[in-house]
Design a protein around this ligand. Structure first.
Ligand code: FES
Ligand code: FES
Length: 208
């Protein structure tokens, strides 16, 4: 493939990996021939029908074709966790999944959790606890934490470390990351308690 045909994310390591399959399909490349039947999946609540081969790697589809830059390319081997997404609420590594693996699935990326103005409680906790230095691992740390706290709302430190064991942080921010997970768990627990409190009736006055 000619380099000029590639749409490369210059801000990411392994930049050559990021090829826009939809817009820069090279002529005559059998591995990039669109299939007749689209692959259907839901990403961040939006249904998509993608006319791409089932063997297309999921990560460049998310980043380049759908414009979702939350998941990051790190190792490309399923080992670092920087590309993590949720597939039917379970953390998965987008760099080693193919479109055919997730046909019919519900995918959530970091982009679908919250916004800068309305962050997900886990995102807010990572900001507050300063759980990052360069931030490259954050996508995987946050997505894995969301899945952990969904399954285990009050994890011990050992459970947090076990859940994040395969998410690599080259900056050594582990202490702050564990603190961020604990803060997120506390915030979510407080929100659950607040949500179960009865709302006072406007017809009942508080007794003195
Ligand atoms: S980029 Fe997917 S696990 Fe490293
Ligand atoms: S904060 Fe840099 S890799 Fe984790």
């Amino acid at each position: 493939m000619e380099r000029s045909r590639r749409s490369i994310d210059k801000g990411s390591p392994g930049a050559g990996f990021f090829v826009s399959i939809r817009t820069n399909k090279p002529a005559g490349s059998p591995c990039m021939t669109s299939s007749d039947r689209p692959v259907r999946l839901t990403v961040n609540g939006t249904a998509h029908a993608l006319r791409l081969p089932a063997s297309t790697p999921l990560l460049p589809v998310l980043r380049n074709d759908l414009g979702l830059n939350g998941p990051k390319f790190g190792c490309g081997l399923g080992e670092c966790g920087s590309c993590a997404v949720l597939v039917d609420d379970r953390p998965a590594r987008a760099c080693v999944l193919h479109l055919g693996d997730v046909a019919g699935c519900r995918i959530v990326t970091l982009d679908g959790l919250g916004t800068a103005d309305a962050m997900h409680p886990v995102q807010a906790a990572f900001v507050e606890a300063a759980g990052a230095q360069c931030g490259y691992c954050l996508n995987g740390m946050i997505m894995t934490t969301v899945a952990l706290l969904e399954a285990t709302p009050d994890p011990s430190e050992a459970e947090i470390r076990e859940a994040l064991r395969f998410n690599l942080c080259r900056c050594g921010t582990h202490v702050e990351i564990v603190a961020a997970v604990r803060l997120a768990a506390a915030r979510l627990a407080a929100a659950r308690i607040a949500a179960t409190r009865p709302v006072p009736s406007p017809n009942v006055e508080a007794s003195p």
